[in-house]
Design a protein around this ligand. Sequence first.
Ligand code: FAD
Length: 562
Amino acid sequence: MNRDTALGTLAARTHFDVLVIGAGVNGAGVFRDLAAQGLSVLLVDKGDFGSGTSAASSHLAHGGIRYLEYGEFRLVREAVQERNRLLSNAGHLVKPLPTAMPLRTRGSGLLNAPLRFLRLRDRASPRGVWVVRIGLAFYSLFSNAVANDLPGHKVLNRTDVGRLLPHLTTELKACALYHDALILHPERLIWELVAEGMQRSRQCLALNYVSVAGMSDAQVELRDEATGRELVVEPRIVVNAAGPWIDRVNGNLGQASRLIGGTKGSHLVLDHPNLFAALGGHMIFFEAADGRIVLICPFHDRVLLGTTDIRTDDPDADQCTPEEEVYLLNLVPQMFPGIQMDARHVVYRYCGVRPLGRGGGEAGQISRDHSLHLHRGAGSAPPVLSLVGGKWTTFRAFAEQASDRVLGELGWKRTSATVDTPIGGGGNLPRTKADRERAIRDATLDGRLKPTDAEALYGRYGTTAVAVAKACSPPDLDERLPGSRYLAGEVVHICRTEMVACLGDIVQRRTLMAMLGEATPELLETVARMAAPILGWSEDRCQREIKETTQLLARRHGVNLP
Ligand SMILES: Cc1cc2nc3c(=O)[nH]c(=O)nc-3n(C[C@H](O)[C@H](O)[C@H](O)COP(=O)(O)OP(=O)(O)OC[C@H]3O[C@@H](n4cnc5c(N)ncnc54)[C@H](O)[C@@H]3O)c2cc1C
């Protein structure tokens, strides 16, 4: 479905069982779950699908070993198990991530957890070998309850670490090795959840760039951000999944709340082949000089550096400041003293606000767990269920809990579960090498595409690669875009089928062109010109799209194109 058709459908229809506000990973998860139960559901987002906090994470599907220190056993158990489910349900975009945690002391840190629990200490002393061993034992115990192929953890001595990671600092006592998982393209996974919800039922509709402006009695007022057109819907219940904007949305709905106590976090993406090679495929997850846990992580052929954690009341905080950039760049020499680097290696910066529940203490100490808050409106106003907190990793479980609450409110029975349901191109993924090779051969469309291109498509779209390959027809659409790893036909496929509204949707979310540092004036021009005939853009519109995307990349992501 394209966006105009979806908007036309919405204009002709007022009644829905459920209105979900916010198409981040949590809103998209609820939409998909409720669509599968046979309810009529409308999902709206004021921006593009997956353009809020869900696009600004560290890209980890992880249990969050550090949360054990705060006694968050429930969260860590749920998160490692959801990580394992993501690896099997979305194996095209979620991959095992070998993780190395360098340790500078042996016994230190043992008292962190009890002292924190008793509120006797705020800042941790360094986590030593023994405390990490205990943490990893819990991690493995929780993980093993859900089928997975991840190798077990181990602790290497200094000599063995030196062999495995020769460029790593020698100022360490040992190094813990374990596995978490990396989400290769979170925005695409969110699109797949949204698309699946719409495919499940003709009664379900999702619209990007439609915001919730207000509510009067039973009617919720919506605004199409592209045209300013106003629409109304009458849902039986509203799900507020607006992430850090939850309180603002509740305010719009006339139900003031103070649920969110956000913290801002920034990341840098580096183009640094030597650092990438030094990682040897491992994420280095370590305690920085100031005691904060930070990461240096391979991401495609780039390196991700993160993150900061700064309290903010502004859900729109969307820029990595120069101070944050300096802080993040200084992390590298702490772990890799021999590697030279500076700001010239940075190809992209991004920032987002964690939608945490209100809490005291240091930013890093606020619970990452999630909770549901139901507000019953007065008179004929529908009840509003707010989804507070939560990790990207735990979205499925959180969405299931929220959906159960909605089903309870509507007196509706659950008829299907998402626990083992594959997402998008993660369905029927081959398990053997031979099957994988066959799937890649299929994506060459009888040799019309090069095997390397077919393999790349398979890596990006999983078992839906054949559909994308069909759009990449020779002689032109099988060519790579200038300076990019993407094929021209991918843009055609995306514009035809993925509800694109602007150039930024293509280069920032449906693909990783911008994030991986591929954006150039030539690339933006080429992509805009390919999108124009499909999306009905005039020459003026094309130029406006290029200008706006160029400005956005400069302002939000520090990408200054000539
Ligand atoms: C720096 C950082 C690092 C992180 N790293 C990780 C990690 O590695 N692993 C992990 O599991 N989690 C991580 N997280 C947490 C995770 O990213 C978030 O918890 C999760 O993405 C929140 O998703 P959400 O759907 O609740 O919110 P969002 O993704 O913010 O979605 C809310 C949506 O609501 C929309 N909206 C707002 N107002 C309106 C309105 N009026 N009308 C319509 N729509 C509206 C917004 O446009 C937005 O798209 C990280 C978070 C941050 C900030």
